[in-house]
Design a protein around this ligand. Sequence first.
Ligand code: FES
Length: 164
Amino acid sequence: MSIAEQPLSGDLRAEIRAIAQAEPHPRGASVAALRLVQAHMGWISTPHLNEVADVLGMSAADLDGIATYFNLLFRRPVGRHVIMLCDSVSCWIMGRERLCAHLCRTLDIQPGQTTADDAITFLPIVCLGHCDHAPAMLVDDTLYGDVDTPTLDHLIDTLREPPP
Ligand code: FES
């Protein structure tokens, strides 16, 4: 059975319950609960989404609507690291397309795909609110501005290092 199909642990379910209890309505805990699952599992599979919906007392369709609305919640498997390159207007003006082409060439993938070694997923994302330092990107939880190709190359080398 893959990790995506394994039931959530009792501890994780208890954590989700605790988050929900701190909210006036369990629905208010949906994003935090999904982020918690993603932090443990890497992404949010349908069986896990169904379990979270069950704990929160929501319909799976409702919760899925929330999960698919937020760019930082992944409903498909991703690599160990995720590079999200802004594709909004300031970054376009400041050379985002050149960086996109460089990433695709270096990683040998297209936007939306994961490298063969499962190290890096490359995704486009809307404005990161870092327009004064365009072009910008988010790598896992770290925001980068004034991105250029040497920065990308250095980052890719670091991200490709195998996990300890
Ligand atoms: S347009 Fe790219 S950070 Fe705002």
